[in-house]
Write a protein that binds this ligand. Structure first.
Ligand SMILES: Nc1ncnc2c1ncn2[C@@H]1O[C@H](COP(=O)(O)OP(=O)(O)OP(=O)(O)O)[C@@H](O)[C@H]1O
Ligand SMILES: O=C(O)C1=C[C@@H](O)[C@@H](O)[C@H](O)C1
Length: 176
């Protein structure tokens, strides 16, 4: 039985946007790991980075994966942009049987969407540094995912993800 659909990708790749639409179609619960962490700490993500530092935030992220994979329900999980760059998180989702989808959106598109936001990594890095981070992370997202999506149209992305899920349940002999 499929438990969760996990969306990964760089900041601004559309995990939240696509995640909410997908959850609506599948009638799954929608969860955003940043929201889980904010709810459990009573602090915003920028506050956690500022007060406790990034390493502490990464520990909170891992605790969120432990929490989400212990719930007995089907969820669409939008992960923070750094979540799936840590092997321990990828391993936990995979060992739980979850399907990982990578939204592989070009850097320039992501950057245009996030440049004026208050995401700590956007505030604290130059566009050049962010591009480097994007390139380094892309390989890790690729390694972590079961399905890679490259389109830009939200409705088409959701359809492609659903087709991928259906195909993963179709025995190879019945695929066309
Ligand atoms: N397919 C899309 N087409 C056009 N705009 C989009 C699309 N997906 C997302 N956006 C816009 O880009 C911005 C960032 O999207 P979103 O918050 O979904 O990204 P994210 O991957 O969840 O980011 P983060 O990891 O930082 O939370 C939002 O303003 C959203 O409306
Ligand atoms: O890309 C990242 O490392 C992050 C993305 C955000 O979703 C938050 O999880 C946080 O700002 C870190």
């Amino acid at each position: 039985m499929l438990h969760n659909i996990v969306l990964c990708g760089f900041m601004g790749s559309g995990k939240t946007t696509i995640g909410k639409m997908l959850a609506g179609h599948l009638l799954f619960t929608y969860v955003d790991t940043d929201d889980v962490i904010e709810a459990s700490t009573g602090m915003t993500v920028p506050q956690i980075f500022e007060v406790h530092g990034e390493e502490h935030y990464r520990d909170l992220e891992h605790a969120a994966v432990q929490d989400l994979t212990s719930r007995n329900k089907s969820q669409v999980i939008a992960t923070g942009g750094g979540m799936m760059t840590f092997e321990r998180n990828v391993e936990l989702f995979h060992s739980h049987g979850d399907r990982v989808i990578f939204l592989d959106i070009p850097f320039d598109v992501c950057y245009k969407r996030i440049k004026d936001s208050d995401r700590p990594l956007v505030r604290n890095n130059t566009p050049e540094k962010l591009r480097e981070l994007y390139n380094a992370r892309r390989d890790l997202y690729l390694k972590a995912c079961d399905q890679r999506i490259t389109g830009l149209d939200s409705e088409a992305i959701v359809r492609e993800i659903i087709q991928g899920i259906e195909l993963s349940y179709t025995p190879e002999s019945e695929r066309f």
